[in-house]
Each structure stands twice: as C-alpha cells, then as structure tokens.
Design a protein around this ligand. Structure first.
Ligand code: NAD
Length: 466
C-alpha cells in the first residue's frame, strides 16, 4: 500500500452511515466469516504509481454489498460463508525475459469464485496494482454479474502485477504466454474462460489462446475477446460500452432526460469509456469532460469522442488532445456539471472525499467497483440514480458468452445479431433489477446483488453443493 493511500485512510472522517459502511479491517455485516481479513500483503515486484483512490479496497466494497444482500435475504451464516469465499485461488510466479535481456518476475493470479451456474468466467487484468485482494473482489463480482444477466457461468478473475504501458509488444507477449503456462491447468472451455480487462486486449487474448493451444490443441473457446480473425465475435470490442449505453437509454426516462440532450462525463477513456462515449455521441449526447491516466479535459461546447478515440489509438493521451477543450485537474472531473457520469477507469475512484462534489443526475458504472459504499450513500442522498456495475458493465461478458457459443458451434453471427441480442439481455436484466428495487424500495445496487445471489443460491442448492 502506498504512503499516500495510508495517509488518505488515516484522515478519513466518519462515513455518512457508519453502521452500514465497512470500516478498516471489516468486510461488511459478516466480517470475519469466510476469508476474514482481505489480503493486503505487498506482493508487487515492480514500482506502482500513486493512486487517487478510495478509503477502502475493492474487496471491501464487494463484501459490503454481499453482506447487505445476504442479510436482507436471510442467508444462514454457514451458507453466506461458502458464497463469500472463493472456490480456488491460484497465485503463480510469472517470469519473463524483457528487452534488457534479464528475467523479470511478476505475480500472477487466477481466482475462481463460484461455479454453481456454469464454467468460471472473467477477465485478465495487467496493472501494477493487481494483487490477490483485488482479483478476489473482481472474481466475486463476476459471480453475481453473470447471474444478474442470466448467463450460464460462474465468476472468476485473473491478473498480473505488470505495467503494460512500460512494455513493448514482444515483452507483453512474453508476459502473457508465461502467465498462461502457469495457469492453463485450471482453465479450459468447460472450466474457466478468461477475457480482456484493464491493460489487456484482443491481441493479448490471441497470445493466450495460442499458448493454450500448444498444450491442448486448437481451442478457440478457451478465451473470449479474441480478434475477429481468430474466431472472436463481431461486436465484442464495443460490447461493454454498448451495454452501458443501452442501460443509459433505459434509465434516462426515470430522470426525464432525453438521451439526445444529455451532457455526459467519462472517467477513463480505454475500451469501455471510449466506446461508451462514441455510442453516447451517436445518440446525439454531448461529452463535456473526459479523463485517462494522463489527465483530464473539459469543454462546454463538447469534446468529439470519435476524434479523441482516433487520437488515443495513435498512441497519444487525453491530456494532449488538440481540440477546443481545456486541461483540468483530474480531481475536478467529478465536479463537472452534467446529466450523466460514466466511471470507466479503476475501482474506488468515487469515494467519500469527492462524492459530495458530483453534479450529475445519473451514474452508469462502466468500471468495476468505482464507487465506495460511503460515496454510494452520499450520492443516493443527493438523489443521483445509479445503475450499478454488477448490471451496467455486463455487456462485455454477455458478448463473451456469445463468442464462446459461436466457438463451440463453429458458427459466426453478424454484428447486427450480436448487438440486438445484447440489447435484449441487458434490457431484460435492467427491468428485473428495477422491479426488484421498486418492490424493496431500495436503490438498484442492493436489488441487483440480491437477484444475483438468489440465483447462485438456487443453483448451488439444486446441485446439492450447499
Ligand atoms: P482499459 O485498460 O482499456 O482502460 C482503462 C482506462 O482508464 C484508460 O484510459 C486509463 O488511462 C484510464 N485510467 C487509469 N487510471 C486512471 C485514473 N487514475 N484516472 C482516470 N483514468 C484512469 O480498461 P477497460 O477494459 O476499459 O476497463 C475499464 C473498467 O471497466 C475497469 O474497471 C474494468 O474492470 C471494467 N470492465 C471492463 C470490461 C471490458 O470488457 N473491458 C468489462 C466489464 C468491466
């Protein structure tokens, strides 16, 4: 943990509802059951940048919401203990020879959280801050997410604590292949199917598939998010952003917002953020602020998302975009006046120290765990409608599922078919979560967790697992 984060935690004031929000060392109402303390041991082998992030970890965020839902559902403690802990956690050494001719050793993780509903499914993250605690949280979130959208999958996640921006393509390939060599035994099309996440993309998936194929024979269904030329699915690259925008369209009437009139801000302009921005713009909406790891820009007249995506594709950053927008302090991005805020960077970026500054009416969470429970509570009090990560960013795994189905059947669907089917699934899930929220008189996040957990409990008990 960096000094900056330690200091940030030390000066935290009380959260708005201290009884409902996990404090340091707690993990929600069932703290101490299952994994107990989150793993915060220092396992980084390469220097990590100082983050401007939350008072609590991703793991504590997911555990908090699991605890709230488990309590409401009346889950017995022994069942909750099984559901909150991972089925399998693999930590491996990832040695790779880099351009300096030396072997560098990274830490790699694959966590399989729960497989009651089907094979494990979840992305692989390459980022210097990856550790077991974060991967465990993201794996658990995948279990509830695949259940919320009704896919026949369990939840998993993987990662390597490497900074891909510091590697050339050969080095990146060496890390990807080395990681696959260490974890292939727990993967496979009927066991666990990785996909892209932060710091990985279709090219990395191609190397992972190729490495798996050397050991098991050509197996395209072993990973999703592959390039189209290697049996990837049409529409996969844009799928998470498209799902975010499809749910924005569902949610907009609830705040009496015409999508074409919407002014929006995007935090993180990578795969999810840049696609969400371009598709929002396609609806006529105007992007008035955007950031990436390099900085943030704002422009009242609008920032052209298509041109910015082209600029970033050319290897440049948001901060040096040559439009009419001006550079702002990245910490001020959240305070821009807008209708819709789309977090699409890392976890814990909306926290108790900045939530009160937000001036949006709707937040659609493209990122995983972008909002801490304290911030969530502040935003609810301010009347902000939140479409939570566990529902809002499921578009990627939905189209990953389509890719897996196409690979198993050796078929190809066209992009129109993929996008239509994605929309059907996302809209159905939105309706189910919104109905549950209305019945319970709660926001959508606890309702979504409840739905997901209920479905996993049903599958696990029908199997005789719990
Ligand atoms: P990506 O690596 O393509 O993009 C991440 C973006 O965040 C980059 O623009 C990066 O510069 C930016 N960023 C990093 N630190 C930042 C900071 N401090 N401030 C502002 N921006 C910052 O990753 P992605 O695949 O777009 O994933 C983004 C988020 O969406 C993650 O939380 C991920 O888990 C989640 N997600 C991704 C998918 C998917 O299909 N790719 C699916 C579901 C959820």
């Amino acid at each position: 943990m960096s000094d900056e984060v330690t200091q940030e935690r030390a000066r935290d004031e009380e959260p708005p509802d201290a009884s409902a929000v996990p404090q340091e060392g707690e993990s929600g109402p069932h703290a101490g059951v299952g994994h107990g303390e989150p793993d915060k041991s220092a396992k980084k082998t390469e220097a990590a940048p100082a983050p401007r992030r939350a008072e609590i970890s991703n793991y504590e965020i997911v555990e908090h919401w699991f605890g709230v839902a488990a309590e409401r559902l009346g889950l017995p403690d022994d069942v909750a203990a099984v559901l909150r802990s991972s089925y399998r956690e693999v930590q491996v050494q990832v040695p790779a020879k880099l351009g300096d001719g030396k072997l560098h050793v990274f830490s790699g993780y694959r966590v399989q959280h729960n497989g009651a509903r089907g094979p494990y499914k979840g992305g692989i993250r390459f980022h210097p801050e990856v550790d077991l605690d974060e991967v465990r949280a993201l794996a658990e979130l995948m279990t509830w997410k695949t259940a919320v959208v009704g896919l026949p999958y369990g939840g998993a996640k993987g990662g390597v604590n490497v900074d891909p921006s510091k590697l050339d393509l050969d080095e990146l390939q060496a890390v990807a292949r080395s990681f696959m060599d260490k974890i292939e035994k727990v993967l496979g099309p009927t066991r666990d199917i990785p996909a892209p996440d932060v710091g990985t993309n279709a090219q990395v998936m191609a190397w992972l598939m190729d490495e798996y194929g050397k050991l098991h024979g050509h197996t395209p269904a072993c990973v999703t998010g592959k390039p189209i030329a290697l049996e990837g699915s049409c529409g996969r690259e844009a799928a998470t952003g498209r799902g975010v925008v499809q749910l924005f369209q569902e949610a907009a009437p609830q705040i009496e917002l015409d999508p074409a009139e919407a002014r929006f801000v995007v935090q993180g302009f990578g795969n999810v953020g840049s696609w969400a921005a371009r598709l929002m713009q396609g609806l006529g909406a105007t992007m008035v602020g955007v950031s990436d790891a390099s900085g943030a820009i704002a422009g009242d007249e609008g920032i052209d998302a298509e041109k910015l995506a082209e600029h970033v594709r050319d290897g440049r950053t948001v901060a040096d975009f040559d439009g009419t927008a001006e550079q702002i302090d990245p910490d001020d991005l959240v305070a821009l006046e807008c209708d819709v805020f789309i977090p699409a960077a890392l976890g814990g970026m909306i926290h108790r120290d900045n939530a009160d500054r937000m001036r949006c009416r709707l937040m659609v969470e493209g990122a995983n765990s972008p909002t801490t429970p304290a911030a969530d509570s502040i935003l609810n009090d301010k009347g902000v409608l939140i479409v939570p990560d566990v529902l809002a960013n499921a578009g990627g795994v939905v189209v990953s599922y389509f890719e897996w189905v196409q690979n198993l059947q050796h078929l190809r669907w066209d992009e129109h078919q993929v996008n239509e089917r994605l929309g059907e699934i996302m809209r159905r899930a939105f309706g189910e979560v919104a109905d549950r929220a209305q019945q319970n008189s709660t926001p959508m996040r606890p309702a979504a967790y409840e739905l997901g957990i209920e479905r996993v409990v049903e599958a696990a008990s029908t199997r005789g697992y719990i």
